[in-house]
Design a protein around this ligand. Sequence first.
Ligand code: CP
Ligand code: NVA
Length: 304
Amino acid sequence: MSTHKKTPRHFLDLDKLDTGTLRGILDIGTGFKNGDAVAPLADKTLALLFEKPSTRTRVSFEVGMQQLGGRVVVLEGESSQIGRGESISDTARVLSRYVDAIMIRTGDPAKLTELAEYATVPVINGLTDDSHPCQLMADIMTFEEHSGPIAGRTVAWSGDGNNMAVSWIHAAVRFGFALRLACPEKLNPPAGVLKWAAAEGGDVTLTSDAAAAVAGADCVVTDTWVSMGDSDADERRNLLSPYQVNEDLMKLAAPDALFMHCLPAHRGEEATDAVIDGPHSVVWDEAENRLHAQKGILAWCMGD
Ligand code: CP
Ligand code: NVA
């Protein structure tokens, strides 16, 4: 295998790719979903590197690679040499000699950046504490399947200004929709991301009033109040209880509004059973679309 550094097509964050590229990836994924029966990744291998738990990400990447003709190798932080302190940069150089792309789920976003810097194959962000771009590709696909083009529409976020909220902000700018975030002040999304959205001309607003954010929205989104790695669970539950998505809050949205959640859900906390299992909910389609959207990402990263 060549040792010189090529320029791999990394999928690191939505703000790092342009709208045309992101739309192209979604089109590839939709094509596969609609039956494009090709195996463009025959003989390709994807490494899945997990330093945090996962159900959807692991299974959808593994099944997606199989469906595209390729295969995966799964590494878990604790059971690999990374868990004993081997550096990410050395790991990147070694894995690049074996596999054709690397997906990583890790807490520290600096590890994702380091992996991409030293890998000579594409790196895919499967979630960090800062963002979750693969999920957003599935979410945009899901919105558009149910409600048509997302450009010019309004999405409301009610809850923690966490990694998912950040990727929704990136998506609002890249896909051209309005995003109204309602968060308790202490759990606002990072100021730098909001500044980036404003500088890009995005329609992203922040309030502490969930009802104001949701009023008339085409889609209401939330996420767990206690993300993987969060230690202040009790304080978070106290701060976030006014942001629960329940039937009363959903009534304020547009009559045909969607309800989205990346899952896993903590039923009865950030969203009630009546909403998750109710008529507005598209959460199972979102989960399914992880598979289709990521097949688009994989084909874009590794295809010719
Ligand atoms: N939504 C999501 O990424 O789920 P997992 O944590 O199960 O991968
Ligand atoms: N915000 C959640 C998303 C899980 C897919 C977390 O980071 O745990």
